[in-house]
Design a protein around this ligand. Structure first.
Ligand SMILES: Nc1nc2c([nH]c(=O)n2[C@H]2C[C@H](O)[C@@H](COP(=O)(O)OP(=O)(O)OP(=O)(O)O)O2)c(=O)[nH]1
Ligand SMILES: [Mg+2]
Length: 135
């Protein structure tokens, strides 16, 4: 295969969900599969005809069964892994209601900004975490 072969490209809506205590919701990916067992901010693929806000709201409802309000854009990251290119479109979100359910993930936690350091995220996330922690 040539080195210029086109990688699969996923466009992902990603939520940084804040609660009233100033904590952020993170989830651990299932152990099987790509980036298995790593922590992430919840989200998923943008579907045809859907806005990024609609995508994020839908994914959070499907994956965690909670209601959120999608707020301002935080950052967009383009990252190439060995077998995949991802564009992560990240928005600040506000938790509204419901108890988060681990429907598609291994585990869910509310964590403070300082605590983010102690969790292992995919490579692409380092920039998201850096911008969240920058003063
Ligand atoms: N939701 C989310 N995905 C992330 C983050 N960081 C990161 O590299 N990703 C990558 C992992 C996945 O390849 C992709 C998310 O897509 P996904 O969760 O809808 O897809 P998936 O890998 O579970 O696979 P599939 O639905 O195509 O079967 O983005 C993150 O913080 N949150
Ligand atoms: Mg997902």
């Amino acid at each position: 295969m040539s080195e210029t072969a086109v990688l699969p490209h996923k466009i992902i809506g990603v939520a940084v969900i804040w609660n009233d205590l100033g904590e952020i919701l993170i989830d651990r990916r299932r152990s099987e599969g790509l980036m298995g067992g790593l922590w992430e901010f919840p989200g998923g693929k943008v579907e045809a005809g859907e806005s990024i806000e609609e995508c994020i709201k839908r994914e959070i409802s499907e994956e965690l069964a909670i209601e959120i309000e999608v707020g301002e854009h935080l950052i967009t990251i383009d990252h190439t892994y060995t077998h995949l290119r991802v564009t992560l479109i990240v928005h600040h979100c506000r938790y509204v209601s419901g108890v988060p359910q681990p429907i598609e993930c291994e585990e869910i936690r509310w964590v403070s900004l300082d605590e983010l350091e102690s969790y292992t995220f995919p490579e692409a996330n380092s920039q998201i975490i850096a911008v969240l922690q920058s003063p």
